[in-house]
Write a protein that binds this ligand. Structure first.
Ligand code: G1P
Length: 293
């Protein structure tokens, strides 16, 4: 049983400046919901209710978001019962704990901060710059694979070859059409050195042995302690599988993808779908008609 999850959320969010100068990137909303709330919801939908958020400087609004705001609630309660219930839902989603990463030494170092929280149990890791829409939550799909293989499980997704250098990339042997027994991992390789185009997709189930591996991990890409490098050490001691997953991954770590995600999510929202679609159609018409013939 996987009962705990870790969500690293300490990074600067430099790819979203200036919006992230004074607010955490995890609080940037897709329509009206902060991205980290989607990620916490995925944990909850996967049966995880004990979540450790690795936070840092300037991230206090994440704590406030999952806390009660009694003044606001009593104000809203009289005006809008549904919204009131939504607010109450947020603060009751899960047991959320926070620990601060004092220096930004990379994803591996962030995860290392979870060692006392996770103890000797396997746990899930969800990176906040990825939101997955799927019938079965992505983390649940990994938990299912963990229960079958009893090995760390890394979610992977095929990416175009010209983008492999943006991701951790894995190589190995297919056990079935979803599961790959890993023989190789490499963080952000050049295209020529990538063992495949299967990219680490921001969701992991890790055995607690990762913490000993992290202790031995030296600074790698970008002079940071990389989780992928710790997994390379772990792979020398125990087997690791990668798993593809059913669902659509939204890589919201950059502005263009964030924009596309917002559009797709808006088209799926009942109250916006029709007027927003009409707006998009009209906008495209205007673009087409202003194009020189
Ligand atoms: C991190 C991981 C990388 C993974 C990626 C997924 O990189 O180090 O292995 O593929 O997340 O989003 P980052 O995007 O933080 O540079």
């Amino acid at each position: 049983m996987i009962k705990k999850a870790v969500i690293p959320a300490a990074g600067f969010g430099t790819r979203f400046l200036p919006a992230t100068k004074a607010q955490p990137k995890e609080m940037l909303p897709i329509i009206d919901t902060p991205t980290i709330q989607y990620v916490v919801q995925e944990c909850v939908d996967s049966g995880i209710e004990d979540i450790l958020i690795i936070s840092g400087k300037g991230k206090r609004s994440i704590e406030d978001h999952f806390d009660r705001n009694i003044e606001l609630e009593s104000h809203i309660q009289e005006q809008d019962e549904a919204l009131y219930n939504q607010l109450r839902h947020i603060e009751n989603m899960a047991n959320i704990h926070f620990i601060r990463q004092k220096e930004l030494n990379g994803l591996g170092d962030a995860i290392y901060h979870a060692r006392f929280h996770c103890g000797n149990e396997p746990f899930a890791v969800l990176l906040g710059d990825t939101v997955v829409e799927s019938v079965i939550p992505a983390t649940q799909q990994l938990i299912d694979a963990y229960e079958q293989y009893h090995q760390s499980v890394i979610a992977v997704e095929e990416v175009p070859w010209d983008r492999v250098s943006r991701y951790g990339i894995v190589g190995g042997k297919h056990l079935d059409n979803r599961i790959i027994q890993l023989t190789e991992l490499v963080e952000k390789p050049e295209r020529e050195k990538a063992p495949s185009n299967l990219a680490i997709a921001g969701r992991y189930i890790l055995t607690p042995q990762i913490f000993a591996a992290l202790e031995k991990t030296e600074r790698g890409k970008n002079n940071e302690i990389q989780l992928t490098d710790a997994l390379i050490i772990l792979l020398k001691q125990e087997n690791i599988v990668a798993s593809t997953f059913e669902g659509k991954r939204y890589d919201i770590g950059n502005k263009l993808e964030f924009l596309k995600t917002t559009v797709e999510f808006a088209l799926k929202r009942k109250e916006f779908a029709l007027p927003f679609e009409a707006f998009l159609r009209q906008t495209i018409k205007n673009i087409d008609s202003s194009r020189p013939k």
